[in-house]
Design a protein around this ligand. Structure first.
Ligand code: ASP
Length: 618
């Protein structure tokens, strides 16, 4: 087949643009053959580009030459066509296509390129095999859904940029080739050719640089920043991902919250969702654990209810419940009303789920069958009702599933030492059951309105987490996070490390953490103390962060900031099921790019230049 040259031909329209009002116009379209129907003397091609699809028609009696080319065309061939727009005949319009009222009668066609038969057709909606999609990513990205995802991504990123620039933020780039930044993952390293044996680290985040930009007087910084973290890839993580990273001088936490809420509103609006104007809910970490059993509450469901005080010592004794441990309940709306057998099966399933933790399901419905326990059943129902009314304005009824979890006497003592263990376990059960009964309660359904998106701020995280393995304190956020001023003033920072609260905050949406940030340490004495608590000698701290400790000594203003995962925000707005749907060239769960086939071994010569030798360890 001979291919044509494009010459000086130009497009007059895109493939998604033409409407009935264009009838009579002579137009030139270019794009891919999405599909072809051959009716002998008449051939129909669906021509596709980013904007949509137009049906074009070749009549042998109008142009035998164009018709012959259309006959040769196959899916994914690249063509240019010129013809006249006409309204489709009665009964031939396609209301599912924006261009469905018209077609273009072609009198001239250029075959610009042919295509091998693709391993899958970009015209298909759902393609099961993700490996094939990733290997032939350019075909996959031609699909309408992917084109839509990246259009959203671009709009959302631009809306955020515009908002932040309006708010006085400067976009400043920070290096990719740098030193290790402690965000809790492993570093990706880049060997230096010029300095044998030395390595750059790719940034896990721009954290230290953005703080230094505040020391440098930039006042407000942001960056749509790529971050690199070498961690075992749990579901839906990517080794490189994008954050909306920002930092500001002299902020209170609320100052950061206001900026983030503003840019999220702008981002959601760019994707067609108007969020409500009220500020996001705020909750401390302790409250989140008590009410939701997790530090990223999903507030689309009723909260947990603390029933500890309703279980008196006598009741605990007769019901074989631990005398001291807390009792929590929650409801799953509309998941009650089960048949006797289904109820029994569910209770068994919940008990199995709790395994040998010592926790047990307290059957509230059965309590009602014994006079001695009726007041307790009523007290529990009253509390569950109170929560349901706060949550959705509705009374708790037997239509709703009541789950009350108690601890049996002798519950392993280890749990007692961790005050959060029971609420966390019950909180996890709440989420599992909510998932199981999603069809019944319908609370996860997407209605396309602001109601679908329940945001909140979780504040006052603990400063440190005790690491049983290393017998050391770890930074719960990162080591540049400031403790509460009161916890510095009270001396807790030095004497009661487990009680120190951090000025750290997370923004959470529907049970997913969208971003984390903090007010930072701006004093060298406090920073040094934190490094020491984290097990770093002054010498080590100086070796790793000496440049930063030095910078702190040259007039560092109070500062703070946050970073939000752009990929995740776009994934939610696109209604996509995985981050890989909104990253153009993502990596697999094994950190492989299947299209370019990376990582790969490199040549001996490259290794030698880098002064590296590969030692295979078994
Ligand atoms: N650097 C932090 C992170 O990547 C965010 C922040 O504290 O601003 O999670």
């Amino acid at each position: 087949m001979t291919l044509d040259f494009l010459g000086s031909l130009e497009r007059s329209h895109r493939c998604g643009e033409l409407r009935a009002s264009d009838a009579g116009a002579t137009v030139t379209l270019m794009g891919w053959v999405n599909g072809r129907r051959d009716h002998g003397g008449l051939i129909f091609l669906d021509l596709r580009d980013r904007t949509g699809i137009t049906q074009v028609v070749f009549d042998q009696s109008v142009s035998a030459e164009a018709h012959a080319k259309a006959e040769a065309a196959r899916p994914e061939y690249v063509v240019a066509v010129t013809g006249t727009v006409r309204v489709r005949g009665e009964g031939l319009t396609n209301p599912r296509m924006p261009t469905g009222e018209i077609e273009v009668a072609i009198h001239e066609m250029l075959l610009l390129n042919d295509a091998k038969t693709p391993p899958f057709s970009p015209a298909e909606d759902a393609i099961a095999n993700e490996e094939v999609r990733l290997k032939y990513r350019y075909l996959d990205l031609r699909r309408e859904e992917m084109q839509k995802n990246f259009a959203i991504r671009s709009r959302v990123a631009m809306a955020i940029r515009n908002y932040l620039v309006e708010e006085g933020f400067l976009e400043i780039e920070t290096p990719f080739m740098t030193r290790s930044t402690p965000e809790g993952a492993r570093d990706y390293l880049v060997p230096s050719r010029v300095h044998p044996g030395s390595f750059y680290a790719l940034p896990q985040s721009p954290q230290i640089f953005k703080q230094i930009l505040m020391i440098s007087g930039f006042d407000r910084y942001f960056q749509v920043a790529r971050c690199f973290r070498d961690e075992d890839l749990r579901a839906d993580r990517q080794p490189e991902f994008t954050q909306i990273d920002l930092e500001m001088t002299f902020p209170r936490q609320e100052t950061v919250f206001k900026v983030v809420e503003g840019f999220l509103r702008a981002a959601f609006a760019a994707a067609g969702v108007e969020l409500c104007a009220e500020p996001f809910v705020q909750m401390t970490y302790d409250q989140a654990i008590q009410k939701y059993g997790i530090d990223k509450p999903d507030m689309r469901l009723p909260a947990m209810v603390d029933l500890t005080n309703d279980l008196t010592p006598q009741l605990r004794e007769s019901l074989k419940i631990d005398p001291a441990l807390p009792v929590y309940g929650f409801t799953i709306p509309k998941a009650g009303g089960l048949s006797g057998t289904a109820r029994k099966a569910l209770i068994n399933e919940i008990r199995a789920n709790l395994g040998d933790t010592g926790l047990d399901f307290l059957d509230v419905a059965r309590l009602r069958t014994n006079e001695a326990f009726v007041p307790l059943a009523e007290a529990i129902a009253a509390k569950l009702t109170a929560e349901q009314i706060v949550f959705c304005g509705e009374n708790f009824t037997t239509d709703d599933l009541a789950v009350v979890i108690t601890a049996t006497p002798g519950t392993p003592a280890a749990w007692n030492y961790d005050k959060q263990w029971i609420p966390k376990r019950v909180g996890a059960l709440r989420l599992e059951l909510a998932k199981k009964f999603a069809d019944k309660h319908g609370l996860f359904a997407q209605t396309g309105t602001a109601k679908d998106f329940r945001f909140l701020w979780v504040t006052d995280f603990p400063m440190y987490e005790w690491n049983e393995e290393t017998k050391q304190w770890d930074a719960a956020h990162h080591p540049f996070t400031s403790p509460h001023e009161e916890d510095i003033k009270s001396g807790a920072l030095w004497n009661d490390k487990g009680a120190v609260r951090a000025l750290a905050y997370d923004v959470v949406l529907n049970g997913t953490e969208l971003g984390s940030g903090s007010i930072r340490i701006h004093r060298k004495d406090v920073q040094s103390e934190i490094f020491r608590t984290l097990g770093m000698t002054d010498e080590e701290a100086h070796q790793r962060f000496g440049f930063f400790l030095d910078a702190l000594e040259y007039g560092t203003p109070p500062h703070g900031g946050i970073a939000l995962g752009l990929d995740r925000i776009v994934m939610i707005l696109a209604g996509a099921s995985s981050l890989r749907e909104v990253i153009a060239f993502p990596k697999t769960a094994k950190a492989i790019d299947l299209m370019v086939d990376a990582p790969t071994p490199v040549s001996e010569l490259q290794l030698r230049e880098l002064n590296l030798r590969i030692a295979h360890r078994n």
